[in-house]
Every structure is written in C-alpha cells, then in structure tokens.
Write a protein that binds this ligand. Structure first.
Ligand SMILES: O=c1[nH]cc([C@@H]2O[C@H](COP(=O)(O)OP(=O)(O)OP(=O)(O)O)[C@@H](O)[C@H]2O)c(=O)[nH]1
Length: 562
C-alpha cells in the first residue's frame, strides 16, 4: 500500500491523539497508526468573529486541543509524547459556523438550515512535535485544513425529527453523521469523505510525507537561475553573506557551473531549443564536499560556539571570537558556514543558535550530541584519514601501531562512552518501543556502556529487570554519566567480557551497536555465546529473544527469536 511507509514513520514515536472522537480513533487505527488517546480538555469557545475564515477557526481550535494535551502530559511526568495530533470539524453555511448541537432544538435548527442545500465541512488538523529538554517543553506545530462540499436532499420535517430522535446528531458537527443514518440525508459529496467524518486521512498522510520524506533534491525541478541565486554550497552562501571575495572557490570555480542545471553537451541547439540536460550530480557534489561540512561542525562544537550562543546569543562575530578566544576573521567565516549548514541563524542582532543546535550541539542537555561529535572529530576523523592505507594493507596496518599509553586509552574510552551515551540517550526510546517487550521480565544489555538504553527499557517495561554487561574499565566510569546518588530501580551493572566470561542469565539479550564492530568470525562467536546462554524449550511463558538494534553502517533493527 502506497501510504503505509508514511504512517510507518510514526511507528517508533509515542503518538497521542488528543481527541475523544471515536471516529478519529477508528480512521487512524485503520490506517495502521499506533497511538494513545488522550482527549483534550480545551473548551471550544474561541471567538469565531476573530478569525478571517472558518477554517482558520477550525485550525486554531485543533491546535489548542493538541497543545493542551501536550503540556498537560509534559507537566504530569515531565515527558511529553513525541507527537500529538488534534483535530476540529465544523460545518459552514451562509457564513455561519455550525459545531455540535447543544440540544434537539439546536440540531433541528442546524439540519433545517442544511436542508436541500450544499454546505462546506472543514476539518482543521494540528500535528505537534514535542521535545522535552531540561524540564522545558519545545513544540513545533504543523497545521492544515481540508474542505469537503456536501449537498443535502430536500428532506421532510418528519424525516428530520425522526433522525434527531435517533440521537445520532448530538455529538456530530452540523448535527449529522454521514457515515451512519445521516448518510440518508446526503445527495452528493465533493471531496474527501473521511474529512466529513472527522479526519482528513489523505491530507494527513501527504503532510507526513512533507515532514518525514522530503523529496530528493534532484527530483525537485530546479528553479530558474535568474530568480534565485546559487547557494548550493556553504562556500557560496558564506561568500554572499560577507561580500568577501577571498573566501575560497565558489562552485563555479570548482566545476565551471553556476548552480543552474547545465544545458546539454552541445548547449542550445540550432532551433534555439535546449536539449534535456543530464541530471545535475548534487548528491555527488555533496559527497565530495561533505568532509568540509563535517569538519566545520566539529570545529564549531570544539570551540563551544553553540554553548556560547545558547547562553548569550545572539552575538556579533567579534563577540563570539572574543569568547572562544579565536580570530575575528576566522570566527566570522566559521559562523557563516554554520548559518549555511542550518546550524545557526543570522539576524541584524548577530548570530544565534537554531533550535537544532541548542538542543543537540551545546555540550549540556539530555539530547546533546556534543560527545558524539567530539568522538568523531578526535577519533573517527583520524581513522578515516588512514583509510587508504587500511584498504591497501588490510587490518594488520592498524595492528602494527604502537601501543597507546594507558592514560590516553582511558581518555579515549571516556570520550567513546560520552559519544555512545549521547547517541543512545537520543535513540533509546525508539529502540525500547520498537518491539513490544512487555512479556519479558529479565534482559541483559551486552556492551550496554553507561546504561542509557537499559534505563529506558526499565522505564518502559515496569516488570523488566535489566543487567548491563560491559568491561570492568567501562563499568568503573558509569556513575559519572548519571546524576549523583543515581540508584535506578531494576537496573544493575555487571563487569565482564562477553567473549570470555559467562553471560548473565536473561530472557532477552540486547546487542546495541555491537555487532558491526567485529569481523564475521567474532560475531559468530558472540552470537553462539548468546545462543548458548538462552535455554530454549523450557519455557511455557515468554520465549527467549535477542534484540539487535545495531544501527551501524549497514544493519537495520532486527530481532531473532530463539
Ligand atoms: O458526518 C460527520 N460529521 C462529524 C462527525 C463528528 O463530529 C465531531 C466534531 O466535533 P469536534 O471536531 O469538536 O470533535 P469532538 O468529537 O468533540 O472530539 P475532540 O475531543 O477531538 O474535540 C467529531 O467527533 C466527528 O467525528 C461525524 O461523526 N460524522
């Protein structure tokens, strides 16, 4: 089915439908969405006259319904869901907005008004993405509406009253339910039927595509050169912002191309027609340039640019330079690059963090990837610089390197732990909820490092006891990654080597970002050890299971049930 991959984008998120409407619940669950229902307490009493259009009213009401649920859930356990969906359906005729009838007389007034005529049904929808960080709730709102035209037949008074007496109109916008008895009143419908019922599923899915699957760059028709300046690379954007001619080659300098799709090899033909150009190799150019973007990001992180701007932004380049103890010219250029990369914003008052940067690139905060960035800058960068010799000489090249001194290896381990901790904090919830693990009572996270995933598993499954099994030199540092006095319930750490020592007994073994680190024979050895630790065939209750969420270079999440 075409749209299921779209709904699938929400599968690993905690989604809440902020609605008491059984119809909305049914439409969304039949589409395959997994969600909780938390009806909104928002009173639908906005001043209709204050809105320029009826749909603006419906959208605002939908938004307020969703916002109320998001902030209530956040206040309750300081953790809002990932996504909250709100909706509001109204009927309009002759400039009047009809909602649910207050009583039978009201229903009669509404239905009489609609009798024999065409009216509009609008549903406003709000999709709110929430992020709770440091006790603060951040929300991004995406909103839209859908209109459907419905025409009623000429209906007799008797039929109207019989319908009203059925009780059906009372909880329905405009006083009828098109999906049930009210369908008998309707002569024709123009537009999305489900929109009338209460939720415009088709438009919703299109919004999800916009939000989660934006079109690839080469699929988007290029805009005419004259109307938009070429800003494909950060160099060009940076240069344009500064008017600085000495800032390195623009793309035109690299490939003789101005950012416009090139004409065919021969250019315009003799008739003045342009041959179909070959596809512009944007992805390839991005690959070629990619290392510059990574290094700019690493450098800005290392110099704590995002911390400074989180604390004190917006700031001018000169002030940032002073605070990070760097040259004004260099800082200005780095800041411009960060603007072009979408990490910073530049206004008249100076440079400021984007929300993305404040959330993920500043060094503190539950969603910080600062450690992950530092690890890539300090470790992965060097390793990849040696890629050519590693490929030429094979793994023995690395094996031949001199032994690291112990204090360096300790530092490197801590950096690695910081990197893994940051990344796992970000993904743990999705991993923990990707499968229903509620039937298990014991789990062992092999190579579970700081316990960030184990903590989420324990939080998600109240019956689950989780053991983190990792090397003694890793376990030794775990406490520095958690608040002082941290004593998680149902979670404990066992030092050991999963290639040498007995694995702790558990029903569920988790291998998170482990397998990609090893050659096939080692992976086989480790999986055999896990398999031997599982004692199959003796259970009548939960079966043994191994969860591998290795999101490394190739392997997607998968599970093996033994
Ligand atoms: O043909 C139909 N038209 C409308 C409906 C239902 O009518 C209501 C519209 O009311 P509202 O948008 O305010 O939603 P509520 O039910 O109050 O739930 P919330 O908690 O989301 O405010 C809606 O239920 C439609 O489904 C119908 O069934 N058929």
């Amino acid at each position: 089915m075409v749209l299921s991959p779209v709904i699938g984008k929400l599968l690993h998120k905690r989604v809440v439908l902020a609605s008491a409407s059984p119809r909305r619940r049914e439409i969304l669950s039949q589409a395959g969405l997994r969600f909780e229902v938390v009806p909104s307490r928002f009173k639908e009493k906005l001043d209709k006259a204050a809105f320029p259009t009826p749909y603006a009213y419906a959208i605002e009401t939908a938004k307020q319904k969703a916002l109320e649920v998001a902030s209530r859930m956040h206040q309750k356990d300081l953790r809002a869901p990932d996504v909250v969906i709100g909706a509001d359906t109204i009927v309009t005729i002759g400039g009047l907005i009809l909602e649910k009838p207050a009583d039978k007389q009201d229903a009669y007034r509404m239905l009489s008004r609609l009798n024999g005529k065409e009216h509009s049904v609008f549903t406003g929808v709000a999709i709110i993405h929430c992020c709770s960080e440091d006790g603060q709730l951040d929300m991004d709102v995406c909103e839209f509406h859908e209109e459907t035209m419905v025409k009623f037949s000429e209906l007799s008074e008797d039929l109207l009253w019989e319908y009203i007496d059925s009780g059906e109109p009372m909880d329905k916008a405009g006083g009828y339910g098109i999906q049930a008895l009210g369908g008998m009143l309707v002569e024709c419908v123009r537009g999305d039927f489900l929109n009338v019922v209460g939720f415009p599923l088709n438009h919703f899915c299109k919004k999800l595509v916009e939000l989660y699957c934006p079109p690839r760059r080469e699929d988007v028709q290029r805009v005419k050169h004259e109307s938009i300046p070429a800003v494909d690379t950060f160099e060009i954007a940076s240069d344009a912002a500064q008017g600085d001619e000495g800032c390195g080659p623009s793309r035109a300098g690299v490939d003789g191309h101005s950012g416009q799709a090139p004409a065919g090899p021969q250019g315009p033909d003799t008739n003045g027609l342009v041959e179909n150009p070959p596809p512009f190799p944007s992805d390839l150019l991005d690959l070629i340039d990619g290392f510059k973007a990574s290094k700019a990001l690493f450098t800005a992180c290392k110099l704590k640019v995002f911390d400074v701007l989180k604390e004190e932004g917006p700031l001018k380049a000169v002030d940032v330079a002073r605070k990070i103890n760097a040259s004004v010219c260099g800082t200005g250029r780095l800041l411009d690059v960060c603007v072009a990369l979408g990490l910073l914003e530049k206004t008249d008052t100076g440079y400021g963090n984007t929300r993305l940067a404040s959330r993920h690139l500043a060094s503190e905060g539950a969603c910080s990837l600062h450690g992950f960035v530092a690890y890539h800058d300090e470790h992965a960068w060097t390793v990849f610089t040696d890629l050519e010799s590693a490929v030429r000489q094979g793994p023995q090249a690395a094996a031949g390197r001199p032994e690291e001194d112990p204090s360096q290896s300790r530092d490197r381990r801590l950096r690695f732990m910081r990197a893994m901790h940051g990344l796992t904090q970000l993904t743990a919830r999705q991993v923990a909820t990707a499968f229903d693990l509620s039937r298990f009572t014991s789990a062992c996270d092999l190579g579970g490092c700081t316990g960030a995933l184990a903590r989420e598993l324990a939080r998600e499954y109240p019956r689950l006891k989780v053991t983190v099994f990792d090397l003694p030199e890793v376990i030794e540092h775990v406490s520095s990654f958690h608040p002082e006095g941290w004593q998680p319930e149902r979670l404990h750490f066992v030092p050991g080597d999963f290639f040498k020592d007995d694995l702790p007994d558990a029903q569920l073994y988790v291998l998170s970002r482990i397998l990609h680190d090893w050659a096939d024979d080692r992976v086989h050895e480790l999986l055999s050890r896990v398999s031997r630790s599982c004692k199959p065939g003796t259970f009548t209750g939960p079966r043994r299971m191994m969860l591998n969420d290795d999101l490394g270079p190739v392997a997607p999440p998968q599970r093996v049930v033994t």
